[in-house]
Write a protein that binds this ligand. Structure first.
Ligand SMILES: *Cc1c(COP(=O)(O)O)cnc(C)c1O
Length: 421
């Protein structure tokens, strides 16, 4: 029977076996010459033989081989190639390479969430009998890990005021292996002097781990300031549109591949390829969003100054560490906190009166979000730990988005009038 040649016209072309040659996003000799904005858009991009413009989503758990020799060689580490998506996936690897380039890191491994990143970054390197020091103002679940989980495995943790270099120094013991802090810290907006604390760690052979979720590489680069490891919740500004949970850990190739990877491949806090793709798309606009949202947060902060009983905004001169912020950050970020008179009752009243800003404990979204940390993000901590951190009943935290800042001010203004402020 004669084949109808025209019958194939409307069919898709056959998948091509020839690899795409111009995979420049994965070539460090090329990407190392790119500037930051270019890396955020193109870093890590790997094109299949189809030459797709946008990064492909490789939604697969496993991989097939042409012959029995190939998987054996890959499992033995003798040939490169994918074996299983708990360990490698092309979409996830694109994200890892892009984040590594943006952060100035040799290597990066993506994680299923920010907390997967924090717990992996700690558990992969600490053992029974070790000690670590944590800045006391930290994300609630991070403090749960350092205060409750690690001690169960014989790992001691001392919490210090992260702003006080002498407190870090005094906490060092012969078995101290890790310094961990976030800056700006959630929700008190404490700032840690990255250079000073990381230099101190290095002098004592201690590895410094920095949670950079509030700033991201768009506003602050801890590795350039002496940090050893940077850990991320990519759920926040990196995705930036409130869609997926994701995390990442960056550092030297020795640490990421030699210490973290064996832990990760055997315990499995792996990021889904779909979520990796969403974050890849988010990173392409990270710089624009981070800068604009930080500018909006300054406008809203200036309005609140004087109208609230206490403002904790790192970008304003009233913040006690404003000079340090100017030294180590490009801009002060989109998140800040404040206190109003009247305790939890007034704080709830203000949240309930909002018409535009959403009540949400998430941050880093294009939509402005506000929360009462003591009853949400920091509710798993004891009242004593909250008091020690400075998380009060009258504290509210706002994450400023991309709306017109005047609309946010109008909303806060009408809500404050409702509670008599
Ligand atoms: C949200 C957050 C985390 C945890 O990230 P998830 O993606 O929610 O698991 C850790 N650290 C900081 C500073 C955060 O804001």
């Amino acid at each position: 029977m004669q084949a109808r040649a025209t019958g194939l016209r409307g069919n898709p072309p056959p998948l091509m076996a020839r690899p795409m040659k111009r995979n420049t996003g994965q070539n460090r000799s090329i990407t190392s010459k790119w500037r930051d904005a270019t890396r955020a858009v193109r870093g890590g991009t790997w094109r299949s033989e189809q030459g797709e413009t946008s990064e492909a989503i490789f939604l697969t758990s496993g991989y097939c081989y042409d012959d029995a020799h190939t998987p054996a060689a890959r499992f033995a580490g003798e040939e490169p190639g994918m074996t299983y998506s708990r360990t490698q996936n092309p979409s996830v690897q694109m994200l890892e390479e892009r984040i590594a380039l943006m952060e100035g890191a040799e290597a990066c491994r993506a994680q299923a969430s920010g907390m997967a990143a924090m717990s992996t970054a700690l558990l992969c390197q600490l053992s029974v009998g070790d000690h670590m020091v944590v800045a006391r103002a930290a994300f609630g679940p991070t403090r749960w890990v350092t205060d409750n989980l690690l001690p169960r495995f014989g790992i001691d943790c001392t919490a210090v005021d992260g702003r006080d270099l002498d407190a870090w120094k005094a906490a060092i013991q012969p078995n101290t292996k890790v310094f961990f802090f976030e800056t700006p810290a959630n929700p008190t907006m404490d700032i840690v002097d990255i250079r000073a604390v990381c230099d101190l760690a290095r002098e004592h052979g201690i590895r410094s781990v920095v949670d950079n979720a509030f700033a991201t590489s768009a506003l602050q680069r801890p590795l350039d300031l002496g940090a050893d490891v940077v850990a991320y919740s990519a759920t926040k500004l990196m995705d930036g549109q409130g869609r997926v949970l994701a995390g990442a850990v960056c550092g030297s190739a020795d640490f990421i591949n030699g210490v973290l990877l064996p832990f990760q491949r055997n315990t499995g806090p792996t990021l889904s390829p779909f979520n990796a793709w969403v974050v890849l798309k988010g990173l392409e606009t990270l710089d624009l969003r981070a800068v604009k949202q930080a500018e909006n947060a300054l406008v809203v902060g200036r309005y609140l100054e004087g109208r609230v009983s206490r403002l904790l905004h790192p970008g304003l001169p009233s913040h006690p560490q404003h000079e340090l912020v100017k030294r180590q950050m490009k801009l002060s970020g989109s998140i800040f906190s404040f206190e109003i008179a009247g305790g939890r009752k007034a704080a709830y009243g203000l949240l309930d009166a909002l018409e535009l800003i959403d009540i949400s404990n998430n941050i880093g979204d294009t939509k402005s979000l506000m929360t009462h940390p003591a009853s949400t993000t920091h509710s798993s901590l004891t009242p004593e730990v909250r008091a020690d951190m400075g998380v009060t009943e009258s504290m509210l935290r706002i994450s400023v988005g991309l709306e017109d800042p005047q609309d946010l001010i109008d909303d806060l203004d009408q809500a404050m009038k409702v509670v008599g402020l």
